[in-house]
Ligand binder design. Structure first.
Ligand SMILES: *Cc1c(COP(=O)(O)O)cnc(C)c1O
Ligand code: SF4
Length: 344
């Protein structure tokens, strides 16, 4: 008995165990209360009070598994910074607006964004596995986006009517918050459009809830003639723990091309060391760094902005330190432009 007691004491359990939870349970049981987040991470209650005041209509939302990758007691943890609301979000900043990338102007059918040649972006859902405080869609009018598979018909009709479209990108929100059956049906209906040859998914789910990568998801993703491409969104090497690595291995084993996009964020990954560690961890897991995004100037995110000169200096340093394939393209989205703008 004394042995059991001392063992318990030597392994303090500050965070709830995750193993065995389905991805739906992980979504349902995500932390939504700033006070709980701060208690689990041993952070001062004042941070929780600030967060509660600051979060407004974009509440805190973090799956519990992600908390175990943070350093308890460290208010400057780069993973914490991405998800914990702060009063900086409520301070107005010149040039930061609700729709910084012109999504509203590019919306054709409900949920369909057709900005660039050959590819369209389908906003499949407003739901995400996490609320990123810097998100450029934090003010997007999701209530106008399709919710059921049948609601996608106008968008699918428009894709079918335009033979120049070869790639459909499922985005959101996060498309992998949808059920396997819904995703499978949508994939089959896209595959029925002959001129579409590639299906791209933009998702953070494998990072935040790696158990989302189920056999059913993989089956639906690879069941059609479409080439499946998954663009992940990881910003820091510490996000990529063993559970994430296993999920990415399942995707690779299914033959899915894996890319990553990151956002350059002050206090999260705005050093050459942080970017190098991210790139090397991604490559080790079979993921090519695709884009490093300059922050979109969405209201509430000004405190995350990194000057482009700093971004350029980081990329220049990465080019010295890493093979060319491991250096992401540093880009910015400009409303009305024909493609993302290269910043370097
Ligand atoms: C980024 C983006 C794409 C994809 O652009 P790529 O350069 O092909 O990755 C497509 N549509 C919209 C609206 C986008 O913002
Ligand atoms: S997962 Fe993507 S869409 Fe969702 S909040 Fe984060 S950045 Fe925004």
């Amino acid at each position: 008995m004394s042995i059991v007691t001392s063992r318990r004491q030597s392994v303090p359990r500050t965070l709830p165990a995750e193993s065995g939870q389905s991805w739906q349970q992980a979504m349902r049981h995500a932390v939504r209360e700033p006070a709980e987040l701060c208690r689990l991470l041993k952070l001062p209650g004042e941070l929780a009070a600030q967060a509660a005041r600051a979060m407004g209509d974009f509440p805190l939302f973090v799956p519990r598994g992600y908390l175990s990758r943070m350093r308890p007691g460290d208010p400057t943890d780069p993973l914490l910074r991405q998800v914990l609301p702060t009063t900086a979000e409520t301070e107005p900043a010149a040039g930061f607006t609700a729709d910084p990338v012109g999504d509203t102007a590019a919306t054709a059918s409900p949920g369909l964004l057709h900005k660039y040649q050959g590819r369209v972006l389908l906003v499949t859902t407003g739901a995400c596995a996490v609320h990123c405080r810097y998100c450029f869609r934090r003010h997007y009018p999701y209530s106008q986006s399709p919710k059921a598979a049948a609601d996608w018909q106008p968008a699918l009709d428009e894709i079918a009517a335009d033979p120049t479209i070869h790639e459909v990108i499922l985005s959101g929100g996060d498309p992998w918050t949808l059920a396997d059956a819904t995703l499978g049906e949508l994939t089959r209906r896209i595959a029925a459009i002959e001129h579409v040859v590639r299906l791209r998914i933009h998702t953070r789910l494998p990072i935040f809830i790696p158990q989302r990568v189920t056999a059913g998801l993989l089956a639906g993703l690879t069941a059609t003639r479409l080439t499946p491409i998954v663009v992940l969104h990881a910003n820091h090497a510490a996000e990529l723990d063993d559970a994430v690595a296993a999920a990415l291995a399942r995707l690779r084993a299914a033959g899915v091309l894996l890319l990553n996009q990151a956002v350059l964020l002050a206090g999260v990954n705005d050093t050459a060391d942080a970017q190098q560690a991210l790139a090397e961890r991604l490559i080790a897991l079979g993921v090519l760094p695709y884009y490093l995004h300059q922050l979109d100037r969405v209201s509430g995110a000004a405190h995350f902005e990194v000057p482009p000169a700093t971004g350029r200096a980081i990329i220049a340093e990465l080019r010295r330190r890493l093979p060319g394939y491991a250096v992401a393209r540093y880009v910015h989205e400009v409303a009305g432009a024909e493609h993302k703008e290269n910043l370097m």
